[in-house]
Design a protein. Structure first.
Length: 401
């Protein structure tokens, strides 16, 4: 009787094993569904928004299919794709719109990790890679629907841009579920939690400083902003669409302002350069957000406070997050703070590179800051300020103790 029961149990386990797909196939299938979900939700959201604007504005003269095609082009543009139009190449990355697919991809990566029970480093890489590959392929396929006679989308750039975004966002989502402790970074000696907190504080300080700079610049010249808005979009529907475009490009403006505070600044095409010590203005597009540009040739010296405050934030947060029994002296603490400053500067350089791009040919072929120049300036400035701040605070703690 026991032999019969054992045989039946083995048969049931064998049948269950046949019905269960291999782990690799299961991960790929789950990642494919998650990537398709992220792409579908993002596309539907952008298309619905554009079609809503098309329905309430009867002055466009375009059909529903053409409006949906414009939405697909905008969605791919948010992934780093470039549009080839009659007046040149449009490749400026709207960071505000990029936040939507990035958030969806983070959710997709987290869902794959949770569904497949990702725990080890190879499993983290497998899940993120599967989401990335499938999402990039879907973006390439989407270019066939987005391209038209008026604007064509380059498939290779769309696939590469979507792949990079998917790799970064899905990895963050997978790691959030699997845990940071399983990454090789967790085994590097040093005050890891303090470094992570300091880098986050530095990035938030740069974002806050850039946002304040943009808000102050716009508030100083509200009349010019209103004049440009009325000239470009005289109706309320056009004004709402223009406000949405400004909101989408607001993160770009914040990165521009942070790059300005670091020193090199940015350009709005040929002839218009805005730096912390040098300003040359020429003809710029009639975009209300550009009302934040300084009047005349007076450099905005107040923006120089942005990297100073960010460096101070890095040093203060690093010292506050060091363990109570940490025996590091002022010089080691200053060195770790300087390293955090370099990391924040590198991240600002990446953001500066992503925030720029062409807005056509000729005069507007180059828009935005230079990523590597901004990274070099920011790394040096933040490292010095953060190192001095952390060293002084550590010295005061030791002296007071």
């Amino acid at each position: 009787m026991t032999d019969v029961l054992d045989s039946a149990s083995r048969l049931r386990r064998t049948a269950a094993a046949k019905d269960t797909p291999p782990r690799e196939f299961g991960t790929v299938l789950t990642a494919s569904v998650a990537a398709l979900w992220a792409m579908s939700v993002g596309v539907l959201a952008v298309v619905a928004l554009v079609l809503a604007g098309w329905l309430v504005d009867d002055r466009t003269g375009a059909g529903a299919a053409q409006a949906a095609q414009i939405a697909l082009q905008a969605f791919l543009l948010a992934h780093g794709a470039s549009l080839t139009v009659d007046w040149g190449v449009l490749g400026l990355l709207p960071l505000g719109l990029t936040a939507l697919p990035a958030w969806l991809l983070m959710r997709a990566g987290a869902a794959v990790a949770r569904r497949r029970g990702v725990k080890t480093l190879p499993e983290i890489g497998e899940a993120a890679a599967a989401v990335t590959i499938v999402y990039a392929v879907l973006a390439v396929l989407l270019t066939t629907l987005a391209s038209s006679d008026a604007a064509s989308v380059q498939p290779l750039r769309a696939g590469v841009g979507a792949g990079l975004l998917a790799a970064a966002a899905s990895t963050i989502g997978v790691v959030r579920v699997a845990g940071l402790g399983r990454l090789p970074l967790a085994r590097i000696p040093g005050p890891r939690r303090a470094i992570a907190a300091a880098v986050a504080a530095g990035c938030l300080a740069l974002v806050a400083g850039g946002a304040v700079a943009v808000a102050v610049a716009l508030s100083v010249d509200t009349g010019r902003y209103a004049e440009l808005s009325r000239a470009v979009a005289p109706t309320w529907t056009g004004g709402a669409g223009l406000a949405l475009v400004g909101l989408i490009l607001l993160p770009n403006a914040i990165v521009f302002a942070a790059s300005l505070g670091v020193g090199p600044g940015f350009s709005i095409g040929r002839g218009t350069v805005v730096g912390a010590f040098d300003v040359h203005l020429d003809t710029v597009p009639a975009l209300p957000l550009l009302a934040a540009l300084p009047e005349g040739d007076q450099p905005p010296f107040a923006a120089l406070a942005i990297p100073v405050l960010a460096g101070i934030a890095i040093g203060v947060v690093l010292i506050r997050h060091l363990d109570a029994d940490d025996e590091r002296g002022p010089f080691p603490a200053a060195a770790w703070a300087a390293l955090c400053g370099v990391l924040v500067g590198a991240l600002l350089g990446v953001a500066a590179y992503a925030a720029g791009g062409p807005l056509g040919s000729g005069r507007l072929a180059t828009v935005g800051p230079s990523g590597w120049v901004v990274a070099a300036y920011a790394a040096v400035e933040l490292a010095i300020v953060a190192g001095l701040t952390a060293g002084m605070l550590r010295w005061r703690e030791r002296r007071g103790g």
